[in-house]
Ligand binder design. Sequence first.
Ligand code: SF4
Ligand code: SF4
Length: 645
Amino acid sequence: MKLKTKGINWLRLTLQWGVILFILILAFLPDLTKIGTPDFEAYCPFGGLQALGSYLLNQALSCTMTSTQIVMGIILFVGVLIFSKLFCSFICPVGTVSEWLGKLGDKLKIRFTITGIADKALRSLKYILLFLTVYYTLQSNELFCKKYDPYYAVATGFSIDVVILYAIIALVLVIFGSIFIRLFWCKYFCPLGALSNIFKFSIFFVATLAIYLILLKFGVRISYVYPLAVACTGGYIIELLGQKSRFFPLAKITRNTSSCTDCQLCTKQCPQGIDVAGVEIVKDVDCNLCGDCLLVCSVKNTLTINKRKEFKWLPIFAIVVLVTLGIIMGNVWEIPTIDLKWYGSEEMADAGVFTQSGLKNVKCYGSSMAFANKMKQLDGVYGVATYVKRHGVKIYYDKEKLNEEKIQEQLFTPQKKPIKTLAKGIETVYCVSLKLENFFDSFDFSYLSILLQQKTNAVGIISEFDCPVIVKIYFPEEIKDKDELRSIIESATLTYNTTNGPTTVDLKFKVSGNPKYYTVSKGEYIENMFTAFEKSFNHKNDYTNDVIETYYLPLGKNRALRNKFSYIVSHLSNDDGIVGFRTKLDDNLKEVAEISYIDSITNITNITNALLSDSLNVSYSNGKKGKVGNMFDFSEELKDSLIGK
Ligand code: SF4
Ligand code: SF4
């Protein structure tokens, strides 16, 4: 059997299957791409257009939405106006699979094209799905399409965002629908197809948008639901009436009727089933300028784009340029994840603007809002914008109350962390104090701690605010090779284990100036590394000092459970007579807990019973109550406890 290769659009095939291959590599061999955890919606223009709508409505982008998506969405809009739905014909994996399943249906002679009233009625479904998708996205500020998108469900292995029932229905429509009915999903269900068609009917689209914006400008508060409903209904009616886009896209397939031999090959080749041989200009709304008809026509200069023979390769050239442009612009340009201003335009006109990047804990919408709330507490801050991709922030401030250094100090959280236990018998600790560039937030601190743990015998690390930040690293013995230590600190990357396997992060720490080397006694070191934990509760401030008793309890091995102290504190607070818990170093530099209590309400027996109980009754920050096993063991320490004022 001779393989039919003439008239095949090889470049389109290569691009379509290249995209699918790339997605498969991302899904099954992500290490090959060095992308880490792949985001399968990162370049989805439909997600981008929803994200743009959500951003305009809420001045905030949720964690599932990115600037890159928005750029791709804008590029899709421009692309549709000039070149038609190139994303559908060259990139969309669902379109590719639908086309090829359709070819299988043709081979088996079981595929047919829906026409007439059924075709017209079914076309409404994609506009309904578009309305629902955009509506729920704008309502929830999360991409609703992820719940049913067949591509996203398969690529992510039905991730947590996917509603399994919706996705299975969508997959059945794509797989079985495409085998039996020509491009069943694309023509009748795809919301991006509906949106692209609305863009093709651009005079109507622009008019709807303009009327809505003018009404808003004149203070008529209209919900976005109305223009959305008008756009979807209007799009469907225009498609229903003529199934033609008259003016846009600018590029259209044209047929030279005088040289055409009426062989019908172009009509047979068209994946959309358009009667190319029956028209002079293809204005059918389903045409996505795939170019298949151009390549199958064997009569020179008969089928062209806009009657220009040199435009034969325009579609493939245009899609490559547009996608490349989108990827570049999406990586360079970033719209703020949040852009909040809590002062009026008068104050903002004179506001200073402070920018800081490298804040790795500004990494999503939630952490951006937490950052904004923290900054709101600072007198003189007018507003903030965050840029999560580069972990950057912009802070608008009153120049009379604040300056850049004061803001930086507020952003900085000093930290200290023991890396290894100081061995017995060591009385002198060796310290290096250095200034580190590109080191600022808690992630930097944590990365440097891991690096030192992996490559040195450092026992502790402290960070203090300065420009650049001061980092003090403690060692149990003299630092012999200072250059080696410097090169370890300035390592380009750090690889460490996480629950998802090894992770590598880029580091850019740079030692600034000359480090200072000195020694401290073991006692000073312990004091330097100690951080007190303190919590008052049950209205402690309502009691005078003379009625507050203190129960001193050595922490012993329980000091290692510092990050669980809130559990024991919550449990103790169930006794109304216990009013405080704090840790401190005693005269022998041992950690002890001071438990404050009111003698007339409770007693030592109650406190020790609470400390020794098998389970802890805790209250969570969301108001819920629960019970957890007691992870503390004070049985030995209780013997050395003391009572005092
Ligand atoms: S008319 Fe030509 S360019 Fe348009 S979809 Fe059909 S084959 Fe592709
Ligand atoms: S393939 Fe070319 S010659 Fe044949 S009908 Fe189409 S335009 Fe005419």
